[in-house]
Design a protein around this ligand. Structure first.
Ligand SMILES: [Ca+2]
Ligand SMILES: [Ca+2]
Ligand SMILES: [Ca+2]
Ligand SMILES: [Ca+2]
Length: 251
C-alpha cells in the first residue's frame, strides 16, 4: 500500500510532474520507445512518431487505417516489466532485458496469448529477433503470430516464418495448425539474429500475413473459428526474442 504524495492524481506513487502517464496508474513507468510517454498512454507505444492524422487516438505508425477513424489499441506489451493484463503463457517464456523470449524444443510449441477481441477486423503485429531453429531432420521450426487459437490446444491460424534447422526451405506462410494445412506460402530467407516485424490482419475469414525488412506477404482464407479464441505469439521448434506486440481492432 502506498501513501499518496501531493500531486499524484492517478495514485501510482509517482508524482504528476515526474509521471510519464499522470492520469493512468503505471508504477513501473514502462516506455518502450523512450518518447517520454508511458506505454499505457502513448498513442503509438513502439514508435516515437505519435502523429495521429484521423484523431482516433492511435498514432499513424500503429494505425492499420491511419486516415479512417475508429481503430482501437486492445493490447500492447513492450516486455519492460512483468506481464500484465490478460496474457497467458503455455510452454517456455521469460521476460528478460526488455524482451519476451519464447522458446520450444523440436516438436514442441510455446505460446503467449490474449483473449481475441470480438471484432470482425483484427490485426496483431510484433517485432522480434530471430532466435534459433531447434527443429531437427525434416521438421520445420516456426516463429509467428497466431489468431483463432483454440484454448489449451495448439490449433490456430498462424502467420509465421518457418525453416529447416539448416535454413533451407525458408518460408513466410499462413498455416492452419488445426488442419496441418498451408493456406498460402512464399519463399523467404531469414537467419538467426535477423530483426523482423510480422503483421497478421484478419477480416472475417480472410487473412493477410506480411513481414518487414525485406517486405513480403501472403494472403488466403481459413475457416477455423473455435469458441473463446485467443490471439498472440507462437514458436514451434524454435526460439525468438520479442521486442513488443500489439493487438488492434478496426472498423
Ligand atoms: Ca501514472
Ligand atoms: Ca512511449
Ligand atoms: Ca510513441
Ligand atoms: Ca489514428
Amino acid at each position: 500500500m502506498s501513501i499518496d504524495a501531493p500531486g499524484d492524481r492517478d495514485h501510482d506513487g509517482i508524482i504528476d510532474s515526474l509521471d510519464d502517464c499522470p492520469d493512468v496508474a503505471n508504477p513501473t513507468q514502462a516506455d518502450e520507445d523512450g518518447d517520454g510517454l508511458g506505454d499505457v498512454c502513448d498513442p503509438c507505444p513502439p514508435f516515437v512518431d505519435n502523429h495521429d492524422s484521423d484523431g482516433d487516438g492511435l498514432g499513424d505508425a500503429c494505425d492499420p487505417n491511419p486516415m479512417v477513424a475508429g481503430d482501437t489499441l486492445v493490447a500492447f506489451d513492450g516486455f519492460q516489466d512483468a506481464l500484465s493484463g490478460s496474457w497467458t503463457v503455455m510452454g517456455t517464456f521469460a521476460v528478460t532485458g526488455g524482451d519476451g523470449v519464447l522458446s520450444a524444443a523440436d516438436g514442441a510449441t510455446s505460446l503467449l496469448t490474449w483473449p481475441s477481441p470480438g471484432a470482425t477486423h483484427v490485426e496483431i503485429r510484433a517485432a522480434f529477433a530471430v532466435g534459433s531453429i531447434t527443429a531437427t531432420g525434416l521438421n520445420l521450426g516456426a516463429i509467428g503470430l497466431i489468431d483463432r487459437l483454440q484454448p489449451s490446444t495448439d490449433k490456430a491460424v498462424t502467420c509465421q516464418l518457418a525453416a529447416l534447422a539448416a535454413g533451407n526451405d525458408a518460408l513466410v506462410r499462413i498455416f492452419d495448425t488445426s488442419a496441418s494445412a498451408s493456406v498460402a506460402s512464399a519463399s523467404y530467407a531469414f537467419a538467426a539474429g535477423d530483426e523482423k516485424q510480422l503483421h497478421f490482419d484478419r477480416v472475417g475469414t480472410t487473412y493477410v500475413c506480411s513481414v518487414a525488412s525485406p517486405a513480403a506477404g501472403v494472403h488466403g482464407t481459413a475457416a477455423f473459428a473455435p469458441a473463446s479464441p485467443r490471439i498472440g505469439l507462437r514458436v514451434h521448434g524454435a526460439s525468438a526474442r520479442w521486442h513488443w506486440v500489439m493487438i488492434v481492432t478496426s472498423p
